[in-house]
Design a protein around this ligand. Structure first.
Ligand code: IMP
Ligand code: MG
Length: 179
């Protein structure tokens, strides 16, 4: 099958994303109110736009850090093996940490990274995912805050790619392959 021809059907508008981000940031700020510092850990590369927008709405002192795990490569198939390609730079022991992911699909990535960060004894570790595809779940895990629940469709935009393309779309769209 030739995967080079596809169109993108808009699923979530830039406006809806902005409104949801504002609400999430408010809830997260309330939860962590009074913290000396919230360490926001973004999973590269898909969360870069989400984390940039979220961070600007936080009413808290924040530190931004990043981690990168192995991903799909150039296919749309999920890989069960999660490898850490880049670890965070800072120490999180005794700190408040928010892990930010673009999509929770099978759940393997979030599960693996949460276990790893938890083993470093943060004070509080919470998770936030822009998108959740519950119908694809293979590991019983759910993010503490979720932007949008979506059906089992391959999506791009707002940081999320297909074969490294379409990350710069301001909205989220579903990939539809054509002949
Ligand atoms: P999981 O380990 O199966 O939960 O996969 C999570 C990762 O797969 C996410 O961080 C995304 O990078 C990637 N992923 C899952 N679904 C999609 C999608 O629809 N489009 C692009 N990437 C996706
Ligand atoms: Mg990812």
């Amino acid at each position: 099958m030739d995967h080079s021809n596809y169109v993108i059907d808009e699923m979530i508008s830039a406006k809806s994303i902005a409104a949801r981000v504002e609400t999430l940031a408010k809830e997260i700020s309330e939860y962590f109110a009074g913290t000396d510092k919230l360490i926001v850990v973004g999973l590269l590369r898909g969360s870069f736009m989400f984390i940039a927008d979220l961070a600007r709405e936080f009413d808290l002192p924040v530190e931004i850090d990043f981690m990168e795990t192995s991903s799909y490569g150039n296919s749309t198939e999920s890989s069960r093996e999660v490898r850490i390609l880049k670890d965070i730079r800072g120490e999180i022991e005794g700190r408040d940490v928010l892990l930010v992911e673009d999509i929770v699909d099978t759940g393997h990535t979030l599960n693996h990274v949460v276990k790893l960060l938890q083993s470093r004894n943060p004070k509080r570790l919470k998770t936030c995912a822009l998108l959740d595809k519950p119908s694809r779940r293979e590991v019983d895990i759910k993010a503490d805050w979720i932007g949008f629940e979506i059906p089992d469709k391959f999506v791009v935009g707002y940081g999320i790619d297909y074969a490294q393309r379409n990350r710069n779309l301001p909205h989220i769209g579903a990939v539809r392959f054509i002949e």
